[in-house]
Design a protein around this ligand. Sequence first.
Ligand code: PBG
Length: 328
Amino acid sequence: MISRNRRLRTNESIRSLVRETSLTTNDLVLPMFVMEGGNKKEAISSMPGVFRQSLDLTVQTVKENYDLGIKAVNLYMKVSDHLKDNTGKESWNPDGLMQQTIKAIKDAVPEVIIMPDVALDPYSIYGHDGIIKNGKIDNDSTIEALVKMGISLAEAGADILAPSDMMDGRVLAMRQGLEENGFTEVGILSYAAKYASAFYGPFRSALDSAPVDAQEIPADKKTYQMDFHNSREALDEVLRDVEEGADIIMIKPGMPYLDIVSKVRELITQPIAVYQVSGEYAMLKAAAQNGWLDNDKVLIESLTSFKRAGADMIFTYAAPEVARLLNY
Ligand code: PBG
């Protein structure tokens, strides 16, 4: 035998020398759930270790995580029922919860990159990412609403808008809206290949934002999020969003879609983000709590698989505990 692959696996020193990828806190983005009120913290039962928090506690958590090396947060609001309607207009209220949260984080920890979610579902009485018109999710009026929301979030101090709605043409419209309003420095991280996935279940219960049967529209998001049987279509979505001015491209969910991450890595030069979504997190946690999997090891292994597939950054609810593991 001339070649013995085991030579380079003999001990940790040699393994670490030949290691092709690594996971660091630089890769992590923390998604956070914010609710109204003060000094409030509610556990999310299907996501052990994840909480909905009022603004004051959110700011504290952002600070603590910044000290652990987590430099970016992705924000979601739990919107009170009385503020929901079909237009999502609360999303561009300059005094809305998202706008207040962005301002408070910017004041307290100006170095943190704030990436608010841009989509109407938490603001929609139907739990849909779009406005319903004539029994359909109406693409173009939804875009107008999303642009208003995006500009309002930029005014509040957002660094990077993260549209997760999957309407056609929204990246270009948002880019134009930002340019026209002087927000040339505000970036766009586009959820370009976002699949209609059952892995979003725990997230929707955290925000009480699950789609409901509305007019003739079924309680799913299949007319705008992608069909999980497809991969060429994902490449098309990604190329379009890059052309429309997206700075960063998101693929979502993560672990069941690593083939897509890898193909997109071959296709574009822009940074790629991958989302370890709520259902993936819930699966790992449930197995770990039962003693069936080693929590720390499966977290590091699953997140490293995103890096290996070609991701530059990872959205994960486990960011704080992973940062502690990496810093130990
Ligand atoms: C809403 C949005 C969703 C997620 C992120 N933004 C849910 C959905 O599309 O229904 C899912 C995140 C997760 O499951 O962790 N536009």
